[in-house]
Design a protein around this ligand. Structure first.
Ligand SMILES: [Zn+2]
Length: 108
């Protein structure tokens, strides 16, 4: 993957994160977030992916605590820009590395 492609992937995931944060806020305002599970949009770099994932609140909070960690569907991990650090039934918590990490963190 080229540097610019990796850069694009990082940007796309950062944009999806912004959308998912609004989704989580909406859920919390509805049920107070008491269920402990959140349905979010897959944050992978694949164009047109709109897979919905059910993720435990604790995992979501861990991802949100880092600028370079994202939640993607199993099988949507792009090994050249990220690696899985935690796995669930239908999701993988990934950490970006290299150029994708820099762009996701807003450093470029
Ligand atoms: Zn995906």
């Amino acid at each position: 993957m080229s540097a610019s492609r990796a850069h694009q992937a990082g940007k796309r995931e950062a944009n999806l994160r912004a959308i998912n944060e609004r989704v989580v806020e909406a859920i919390e305002s509805l049920d107070g977030g008491t269920s402990g599970l959140f349905t979010i949009i897959c944050e992978c770099a694949l164009d047109n992916c709109s897979e919905m994932l059910v993720v435990p609140r604790a995992v979501l909070e861990r991802a949100r605590a880092s600028a370079v960690q994202f939640i993607v569907a199993n099988g949507h991990v792009l090994a050249d820009v990220e690696h899985g650090i935690e796995h669930g039934e239908d999701w993988t918590l990934v950490a970006k590395h290299g150029a994708a990490a820099a762009s996701a963190a807003g450093e470029t």
